[in-house]
Design a protein around this ligand. Structure first.
Ligand code: GLP
Length: 262
């Protein structure tokens, strides 16, 4: 894992946005895996600003979101489809039919899950998978004890996760109990992963992800098995890391250092 520790939350989120932008600049027909949550709001705000500032076109880009609540209309204010439109898609020139978010309702979540996996395979897989991290170490909505080789499926949300996402709903009772999420195996099949975590409330999960054993108890720890992962965190999220000095030595202030510069 490449561990990049930034002094501030803003620096971390700006860096993550820059990485997404570079991916599109290098490959205008990129397939991006996208994430939601509070962390990504600022990442997307920076990304929109950079996109407009540098006149980057998203017209060739395809996106697949990680997850969606199950059992609400997809145009409900709290759906991840609504979130993505508001925080990103409405502001760039992406073709709306090239943006994919798992289904939020339907007869059979298993059919919806298989259709989503098929759609990802049909475009040749994800080039760059953006991820946030839950306080309990979840990625997407793969809650602790998710199979490390899972594919898209319906998952029951933990009470902690429902409480953490309560702010998007009127009442806790309104937070769906289920979600459709791509699996950990799906995430591990992507070409590259970029995971962003900031703030002290993510410190324990970040420590388990980077330095803990690979375990279904911390789904993000499965990323240790991926060959191309960049972890972008701030100092607060990094505070529990035992090898902090090493990470900061390799990437001072989160910067990339070419071996030829050493
Ligand atoms: C939700 C999403 C996750 C996200 C997590 C963290 O549970 N399903 O994909 O990583 O929230 O969100 P936040 O950035 O708000 O802490």
């Amino acid at each position: 894992m490449k561990v990049l520790i930034f002094e501030t939350e803003e620096d971390a989120k700006r860096d993550a946005a820059g990485r997404l932008l570079r991916q599109i600049q290098l490959s205008p027909t990129s397939v991006l895996g996208l994430a939601t949550g509070g962390t990504m709001e600022a990442v997307y705000a920076h990304l929109i600003q950079m996109t407009l500032h540098q006149s980057v076109s998203w017209s060739g880009v395809t996106t697949f979101n990680l997850d969606e609540y199950w059992g609400i209309p997809s145009d409900s204010p709290a759906s991840y489809r609504t979130y993505m439109n508001a925080h990103l898609f409405d502001h760039v020139d992406i073709t709306r039919s090239s943006t994919h978010v798992p289904a939020s309702n339907g007869r059979d979540p298993r059919d919806a899950a298989q259709a989503y996996e098929d759609a990802i395979s049909a475009v040749g897989g994800i080039d760059l998978q953006l991820l946030g991290i839950g306080k309990n170490g979840h990625i997407g909505f793969n809650e602790p004890t998710s199979s490390l080789s899972s594919t898209t499926r319906i998952k029951t949300l933990t009470d902690d996760t429902r409480r953490a996402n309560r702010r998007y709903f009127d009442r806790l009772e309104d937070v769906p109990k289920y979600a459709l999420t791509v699996g950990i195996g799906t995430i591990l099949s992507s070409n590259e992963c970029l995971i962003v975590g900031t703030g002290p409330e993510k410190a324990a999960a970040v420590k388990s992800m980077i330095e803990g054993p690979v375990s279904a108890v911390c789904p993000a720890s499965a990323l240790q098995m991926h060959r191309n992962v960049t972890v972008v965190i701030d100092e607060q999220a990094a505070q529990d890391l035992e090898l902090m000095d090493y990470y900061q030595h390799v990437h001072p202030a989160g910067q990339e250092v070419e071996i030829s510069d050493v």
